[in-house]
Design a protein around this ligand. Sequence first.
Ligand SMILES: [Fe+2]
Ligand SMILES: [Fe+2]
Length: 155
Amino acid sequence: MGRRKKITHHFLKLSKEHTIIQEHLDTLAQLLKEPDITGNILDTLEAFCIDLTEHFAMEEEILFPAALMGIRNLDVTDSIILLCKEHGYFERDLAIILEQLHKEDADTPLSRDLKTTLESIIGTLRHHAQRETDDLFRQMDASRECTKLLKGYIV
Ligand SMILES: [Fe+2]
Ligand SMILES: [Fe+2]
């Protein structure tokens, strides 16, 4: 972990990051409700994917290793393996959606299929973040070892 880049806040910054992710998801859900033209949804989704990729990287490179070393429990290990798999699925599914959106006419309303797919991903992402917050981060917060391991990342 020492070789990796430092983060500028305590790991509870994660809850703040989840608020940002939540805001992106709310904006997207709102656009889908209206429903907005494809071009606007594409711009919003692209901005969201940049933040989401950074967020996943921070979890995978900094937080999850700290949880694995600090908590050392099979349930936590299983849950982290699953969370990482889900990150991969989200990245794959969102990349496919972005590719499809790029092919659509930017000024036309979003197709029903893409709308349904996006709504489903929004729901799954909310559930993923909720599980992290309610389960893993809560356990990390209660672990002195985790806090100690992550101290080196506070600038
Ligand atoms: Fe995650
Ligand atoms: Fe997360």
